[in-house]
Ligand binder design. Sequence first.
Ligand code: PLP
Ligand SMILES: N[C@@H](CCOP(=O)(O)O)C(=O)O
Length: 475
Amino acid sequence: MKYISTRGNSPALSFTEILLGGLAPDGGLYLPEHYPQFSDADLNAMRAMSYADLAYTILSRLIDDIPAGDLRAIVDKTYTAEVYRHVRAGQNADDITPVLKLEEDFYLLSLSNGPTLAFKDMAMQLLGNLFEYVLAKKGQTTNILGATSGDTGSAAEYAMRGKQGIRVFMLSPHQKMSRFQTAQMFSLQDANIHNIAVKGVFDDAQDMVKAVSNDHHFKARHKIGAVNSINWARVAAQIVYYFKGYFAVTHDNRQQVSFAVPSGNFGNVCAGHVARMMGLPVAKLVVATNENDVLDEFFRTGVYRPRGSANTYHTSSPSMDISKASNFERFVFDLLDRDGAKLRSLWASVDAGGAFDLNQDGHFAKVPAFGFVSGSSNHAQRMTTIRQVHADYGVTIDTHTADGVKVAQQYREPGVPMVVLETALAAKFEDAIVEALGSAPERPADLVGLESLPQRFVVMEPDVDGIKQFISEHI
Ligand SMILES: Cc1ncc(COP(=O)(O)O)c(C=O)c1O
Ligand SMILES: N[C@@H](CCOP(=O)(O)O)C(=O)O
């Protein structure tokens, strides 16, 4: 399998050639040159598989330059009940992503049982093991530069801490993450972890990561690696749980399932899109945003108009406070029938601070064929949803999952199971849960007292040269 860039001006490369680097040299994002197809017979064979078997079956179609035995060992080491142990009472950690039935045809897919209590662990734990394997094989080291709005950072740091040959430089929006998220990252004292709080929003941090990645000389000289979902491996790993969720709520492959996905950088729902393109019978992909509703605006109107930092709001689902969704480019590439030149011209206006309108040439009319629909949620609606889910089902959900549940309600159809992806556990957003329910959510014993641990981080201006200098001085 070769990978091509959405901007059409980079050579096609194999999986291990794109694993560490993130952006393609032309500034685009990698996608497989074609999507492997799973037939009805394949789906039948996959239906009863364990998570690790399913992950291997799917990933081995996307990765053909790691020997089968080695890939199998990496997957088996990643998807264990011990790693994904933070399940609710009554759930089975061996399922890795257990499904919780709320009512008939309405489910939560628990994706946040890993070390950092967010869905990012599902892919990041795999990335940690893949990076370690490939770096050892190539005799290389890497300096990861990432951006986080709260969850990618801790998931990456927990996956990479103490790993040979890997340093992490993680940019986060200064004072905009929850107290738990901040403590989870900043309390790490490992020498290979560097936390940099940037005076700005997540998009400022993500722009700097891309600017460093597009400086090819600096990137090569300092061996800069990526763990954000601009890295194809993140998306690839996330495809697996759509299959797992589908099998958990259906009996045969004639049934369709809809997924509601709390969205920010569009990485999670992009994996759902790829799963659908591979043959998973998905009815709707419901893109749920918070007040930062650029994606909802696109799916309602066909106009993509990313906002600047001043118009990106700090909300009670802070991990979704994103106005420039990286992975949206991957979907638009498919929507444009993979026309790299057309995509380049659209992103030339986006990168210059502008917008584009896909009504003009009929592309927007094709969106329903891809299953996408959308909606948004605000603080008051999040609070109401958390209360309702608690009252109706006895389940405490976090603020991001609440955005998903709220928007999912708009798109439920008789006979079509709706699966809401649980993207974080409530424990990460204690203040918001206390506001909604009047009491703090349960917290796993190993994370009690996290906020009182000593913290280690630096604060910097959103200045690309300053970040480059910091990296140079710490490697
Ligand atoms: C808890 C949580 N929910 C939802 C999202 C949005 O996911 P994506 O950026 O893949 O759209 C994120 C961060 O990305 C998150 O951390
Ligand atoms: N919500 C994310 C933002 C980064 O997204 P990614 O999926 O591209 O890594 C976060 O929590 O950091």
